[in-house]
Design a protein around this ligand. Structure first.
Ligand code: ADP
Length: 420
């Protein structure tokens, strides 16, 4: 498990004003799922980790792991809604003696996908915050309603406890206006809130700081290109700890080739599919979000399977891999230019942390930019942040495991510790 810096200080390095309770429950509510972790901020330990899936169906499942005992328990059977799901989670935590009623619980931190321009920092939740998150539903129709349900459920269970919203978009609100705006009519864009917001912000924030730490430097001193390559994938350019550009836009569809999302394409492809292909807008939406990317190209969205097929000589899988890597390389080049000088390129999330061939291919031929991967170091597997560039490289290339739950917990705890 990744080690964390002193949890007794806030993200900005200030000491906490000694809150007594030390635990934070992190909740990540999807439309039919609820992921959670209970963390102890005194020692950075994970007390419990779990997931409720298929909420609202007959085949719901709760999988709960207690860190103290190492026990994993499963509940199978219908869980009607998020309220029932959280009650079931609370029951599991109580069985382990770490229930929601414990005085050790300091706060609940909620992942909220879209905070628009409005939320630039983690925010203590009250009714007006809920109203604003609700107002953002038109730009995040899949995510914000589920996040709201999770918050409302948690508030109903523990109305006395501070609850904090940590936004995926917040880290990107430092992007300059020229990076955040699309080149379309300004008034129209403002009326409909059309701009580039960026996502995966908690991961980009965590990984850019962890990369600075790996280099033995302060985040303010380094420029980092972060490549978050999971099922969803995004790149960011981080100058001195602040995001100056990122590849996702109004929604998480823009940018890199992803598991099932197309990433960048000529917007006229949509008109063409509508007018010439006769597809409805909903069909095109589904096509680009759920049936494109690696999956659309070769029928598989899992990089492990694609690598296996390439090893067997499969040309379709090879082409999908090459398209994926080509886009990635273009973003590395673009963000190199945006930053001017780059101290490190950091790979993270499922593909970035595990797929050595993707990392090698992404920087291949970039020696002129000072970027290279040492094949021996790149092949090493592990859970810790590590360098994979040769020791004399001008730019460090690193694998830095992300930890969004920790980042949410730390931001939540820092805010509650300030006594806000
Ligand atoms: P999510 O966006 O769902 O949080 P993750 O960050 O967990 O995604 O990444 C999931 C993806 O990581 C999988 O779809 C798979 O493509 C990739 N992945 C996981 N392990 C490996 C591995 N050992 N080698 C290559 N790819 C991997």
């Amino acid at each position: 498990m990744t080690s964390h810096p002193s949890p007794a200080a806030t993200a900005s390095g200030e000491p906490l004003s000694a809150p007594l309770a030390s635990r934070v429950l992190v909740l990540n509510s999807g439309s039919s799922s609820l992921k959670y972790q209970l963390l102890d901020m005194r020692d950075g330990g994970r007390l419990a980790v779990g997931l409720v899936e298929r909420i609202g169906e007959q085949t719901s499942r709760l999988r709960h792991t207690c860190a103290a005992t190492g026990d994993t328990r499963e509940q199978n059977g219908p869980i009607a809604d998020h309220h029932a799901a959280l009650k079931a989670v609370a029951g599991e935590l109580s069985r382990d003696g770490i229930g929601l009623d414990s005085p050790e619980l300091a706060a609940i931190g909620h992942r909220v996908v879209h905070g628009g321009k409005f939320f630039t920092e983690p925010t203590l939740i009250d009714d007006s915050v809920l109203t604003e998150i609700e107002r953002l539903i038109p730009v995040a129709p899949l995510h914000n309603p589920a996040n709201l349900t999770g918050i409302r459920t948690a508030r109903a269970l523990r109305p006395d406890l501070p609850q904090v919203a940590v936004f995926d978009t917040a880290f990107h609100t430092t992007m300059p206006e020229y990076a955040a705006r699309y080149a379309i009519d300004t008034k129209l864009a403002d009326r409909y809130r059309v701009r580039r917001y960026g996502f995966h912000g908690t991961s980009h924030a965590y990984v850019s700081r962890a990369t600075a730490r790996l280099l033995g430097r302060a985040p303010e001193e380094v420029n980092v290109i972060v490549l978050h390559l999971g099922n969803g994938a995004s790149a960011s350019a981080v100058r001195g700890g602040r995001c100056v550009d990122t590849s996702m836009g109004l929604t998480p569809l823009e940018g890199l080739v992803m598991g099932t999302r197309s990433g960048d394409l000529d917007p006229a492809v949509i008109f063409h599919l509508r007018r010439v292909g006769g597809m409805s807008m909903d069909e095109i939406d589904t096509l680009l979000n759920k049936r494109s990317g690696l999956f659309g190209l070769c029928g598989d969205n899992d990089m492990r399977e694609i690598q296996r097929r390439i090893d067997e000589g499969d040309a379709g899988a090879r082409l999908a891999f090459d398209i994926y890597v080509h886009r990635l390389k273009k973003y590395i080049g673009a963000y190199y230019a945006v930053l001017g000088t780059v101290d490190a390129v950091a790979f993270t999330a499922g593909v970035g942390e595990n797929a050595a061939p993707v990392r090698a291919a992404a920087v291949e031929g970039l020696a002129g930019l000072g970027l290279a991967v040492d094949p021996g170091l790149n092949a090493v597997r592990g859970d810790e942040a590590r360098l994979i560039s040769p020791p004399d490289a001008r730019v460090a290339v690193a694998v830095v495991p992300t930890d969004e739950e920790w980042e949410i917990a730390e931001q939540t705890y820092a805010l509650v510790g300030k006594g806000v």
